[in-house]
Design a protein around this ligand. Structure first.
Ligand code: URA
Length: 229
């Protein structure tokens, strides 16, 4: 059960204040009776109508987006465009970005308005792997790859990282899969073996992949993809 004004505001472009005003003015009916109190509790089985328009409960939304460079993973930023600017969706203020990529990192970003799902995606306990393509400034040795695989200690951190999976592509390019989300983790991991990341692209999170998405494009997740978290 949720408040009538929240139920309508979540499912429409109206603010809570606008809904409250509409209720007081008698524009809202609940189960065919005019309802002037916006604080009463309703649920999905109630028939809710505002100015003749039937309101269906907002369904949670789940998106995957291919982030281009130069975009930030915050809801609002005064200097840079945010990944939410790339979405052509109503009620964007309800959407949350699940886990951040740096401004110069490209690739897979998950966005949803289901807070519990977002929490599961970002929870380190879930331990679902995040796979990144990495290009390095210098070649990396087999010994350094082994150190990273075992779990390297980052500067200023008491505990080493959890073990990582690494697939070497070339002498300075590889795919790395990590299960945690420490601050600038991938860049710092390669910094710990005296190297520098020049390109970072997230390819997948758990079983969710970008598929055919071009940079700047997004799509809704399938039910099967949502259910993997
Ligand atoms: N690790 C980083 O260093 N940067 C990112 O954007 C993601 C993971």
């Amino acid at each position: 059960m949720i408040r009538l004004d929240k139920f309508i505001a979540d499912a429409t472009e109206l603010s809570r204040k606008q809904v409250q005003r509409a209720a007081r003015q008698g524009f809202i009916t609940v189960n065919d009776a005019v309802q002037k109190d916006p604080s009463i509790k309703v649920n999905e089985s109630d028939s809710i109508v505002i100015s003749g328009e039937v309101i269906n409960a907002a369904r949670p939304r789940y998106f995957v987006l291919n982030k281009p460079q130069g975009y930030v993973c915050t809801n609002k930023d005064d200097e840079h465009p945010t990944v939410l600017d790339l979405l052509d969706e109503p009620r964007k203020s309800l959407l949350q970005i699940c886990g951040r990529l740096d401004i110069d990192t490209t690739g897979l970003v998950l966005i949803s308005d289901d807070g519990k799902w977002n929490h599961r995606v970002t929870s380190p306990n879930k331990g679902q792997g995040k796979c990144y393509y990495v290009c390095l400034a210098s070649d990396i040795s087999d010994d350094e790859v082994e150190q990273l695989k075992k779990g390297i200690r980052l500067q200023g951190e008491p505990k080493p990282c959890k073990p990582a999976d690494i697939e070497r592509l070339f002498s300075n390019e590889l795919n790395i899969t990590i299960s945690e989300g420490r601050y600038h983790q991938v860049k710092r991991m390669f910094g710990a073996v005296n190297n520098r990341v020049t390109e970072l692209h997230r390819k997948s999170v758990g079983q969710i992949e970008l598929g055919e998405l071009e940079e700047g494009e997004y799509r809704e997740l399938s039910e099967a993809e949502v259910a993997t978290f």
